[in-house]
Design a protein around this ligand. Structure first.
Ligand SMILES: *Cc1c(COP(=O)(O)O)cnc(C)c1O
Length: 372
């Protein structure tokens, strides 16, 4: 049987051909395709202002800078995310303040946010883990009441919705990633949806060395910007992907429905929330019964059956960098439990229903055969 990875991008021939045309055009860095991609993204998000970046990490960092966040400021976020979410807070010199997650969704526990707010708190960065949106009504009610900015780390929730509205089509600052493993990709890339058009010039300066150009050919620099612009090559991939992302997400939903049908619920695994309205099903994650099998053993057995498994994520606060800041075991028990037990099973649009069955059979046989 052929190797089944836990994820794989789907690129159609038209997109590949389009990239070839960009390569022939002589314009490889940010140019007409990057602009076209931004316009297409803006249309996708209901006409809001969008700027493209070369990663979702850069996008988050610029969002923090747009909020004027720096040394002495605190930013509330979740420990259950890709480490980028916390790293960007450190990059701007601010302090990450973690809040434990809801054990069922894996998303930041909104009930715990207000207790974490201090006079230094400037913003909240929620993460839609696996593409399941955080409750936006409650989130923005808290932010409004407390006078905080919101930077939505929507890296995983492209095409997901809240109450029928696309994530990105409303809210404060919304950051997406187009990394190769996300629901749509540009290879590497990201975009930021802005709520305030007046901030576009600063966002553009922060994206490219702080440079402002004038009609007479001269330029000025008044802020130390980064090097975060998206290439036209990547933008052309994104233009092809954007047309397909809603279809990709529909296919993911079908596959997940099949997972729920086929998965043996007597194995003692924790299954994700069965949310087929809001989630874009970026990942299908289960929690392993560690009393029956260790995660290392499970991953090894799946590998022997040529099935790829991911771990998303170990709780951020237990990484050495964050332990050095004083975080320790026991700080965020819900995130720690997910971090120990979680595995990501294969899910990507090109999968067949038979692949889902193959995974479910493998999981069942491996856990039942485990002698632990
Ligand atoms: C992927 C991801 C990022 C970072 O995006 P890159 O494009 O890889 O820089 C940030 N946050 C979350 C939750 C992600 O999944």
């Amino acid at each position: 049987m052929s190797y089944l990875p836990f994820t794989r991008p789907t690129l159609d021939e038209a997109t590949i051909q389009g990239v070839t045309e960009v390569l022939h055009s002589g314009w490889l860095s940010s140019g007409p395709k990057a602009k076209e991609f931004e316009a297409a993204l803006s249309a996708y998000f209901g006409g809001r202002s969008v700027r493209a970046f070369n990663s979702g990490t850069a996008t988050l960092e610029v969002a923090l800078q747009l909020c004027g966040i720096g040394p002495g400021d605190e930013v509330i976020t979740t420990p259950m995310s890709w480490v980028a979410t916390a790293n960007v807070i450190l990059h701007v010199g601010a302090t990450p303040v973690f809040v434990d997650v809801d054990p069922l969704t894996g998303n930041i526990d909104l009930d715990r946010i207000e207790a974490a707010i201090t006079p230094r708190t400037k913003a909240i960065i929620p993460v839609d883990l696996a593409g399941l949106p955080v409750d936006r009504d409650r989130l923005y009610a808290i932010a409004k009441k407390q006078g905080l900015r919101v930077i939505e780390d929507a890296a995983q929730s492209m095409g997901a919705t809240w109450q029928g509205k696309k994530i990105g089509s409303f809210g404060d600052l919304i950051s997406f990633s187009f990394h190769a493993n996300k629901n749509m990709t540009t290879g590497e890339g990201g975009c930021l949806v802005l709520s305030d058009e007046a901030q576009i010039p600063l966002a553009e300066k922060l994206r490219l060395q702080g440079v402002e150009r004038f009609p007479d050919g001269t330029m000025d620099v008044d802020v130390a910007g980064g090097k975060y612009n998206l290439t036209d090559i990547a933008a052309r991939i994104g233009l092809g992907q954007l047309k397909q992302v809603d279809g990709f997400n529909r296919r993911r939903r079908e596959l997940v429905k099949h997972y729920f049908t086929c998965f043996d619920r007597s194995l003692g695994c924790g299954l994700p929330q069965e949310n087929f309205t809001d989630s874009n099903w970026h990942m299908f994650q289960i929690l392993l019964p560690l009393d029956r099998i260790s995660r290392g053993e499970f991953i090894e057995q799946m590998k022997q059956r040529e099935i790829g498994v991911g771990v998303h994520y170990p709780s951020i606060h237990l990484f050495t960098l964050f332990r050095r800041m004083g975080f320790k075991e026991g700080d965020f028990p819900n995130a720690e439990k997910i971090g120990r037990e979680t595995v990501t099973l294969p899910l990507f649009p090109a999968m067949e229903l038979a692949d889902v069955e193959r995974v479910c059979t493998a999981v069942k046989e491996i856990i039942e055969a485990s002698r632990k």
